[in-house]
Design a protein around this ligand. Structure first.
Ligand code: HEM
Length: 144
């Protein structure tokens, strides 16, 4: 089970990064073009929230049980047991809080601005959370 979930978590990281970039660019373009905040305009944010939730579920199963660095094991790694999971949870929180706050804003410009800020912040934190190959604890860009 561990290799399958780690494989899926590694692949879904690209969906999270692309989804966050798409949702941020769509929000910036909506803001600049003074576009209306329609149901269709919310699609990138909804897709991002869905892939972030999948990544959270995969990450939680690694972190709580499957990984050799899981919080439940004796082998702790500063990066894998603490820093990476916390950064991942922050990404998911930024996406959901941003989506709710954007919806509650009073006008469309404020909705786009809020979405751009939160999704942009989620993208930055996700980029920082990824174990890029050149880093000490780095992993490969693709799991195959
Ligand atoms: C949402 C953004 C996230 C991204 C972009 C991301 C990305 C990654 C990547 C690329 C790996 C390495 C996969 C490989 O070895 O091929 C990994 C491993 C891991 N991630 Fe995440 N992750 C995210 C969220 C989370 C969350 C929310 C948690 C836990 C709550 C988590 C826990 C872990 C654990 C425990 C490992 C495995 C360490 C190991 O056994 O070697 N991740 N993650």
């Amino acid at each position: 089970m561990y290799p399958i979930i780690l494989f899926a978590h590694s692949v879904v990281r690209w969906a999270v990064l692309l989804g966050a970039a798409w949702a941020t660019l769509a929000a910036l373009s909506g803001l600049r073009g003074r576009r209306a905040w329609t149901r269709r305009a919310r699609v990138p944010g909804v897709v991002l929230a869905a892939v972030a939730d999948v990544q959270l579920l995969l990450g939680l199963s690694l972190w709580l049980a499957l990984s050799p660095y899981a919080i439940t094991t004796g082998t702790r790694s500063h990066y894998w047991t603490y820093a990476h999971p916390l950064a991942g949870i922050a990404v998911v929180a930024l996406v959901h809080v941003g989506s709710v706050r954007a919806r509650r804003m009073l006008d469309d410009a404020a909705r786009w601005r809020t979405a751009a800020r939160y999704y942009g912040a989620a993208l930055v934190v996700a980029l920082l959370a990824v174990p890029w190959p050149l880093l000490g604890m780095g992993r490969s860009l693709l799991p195959f």
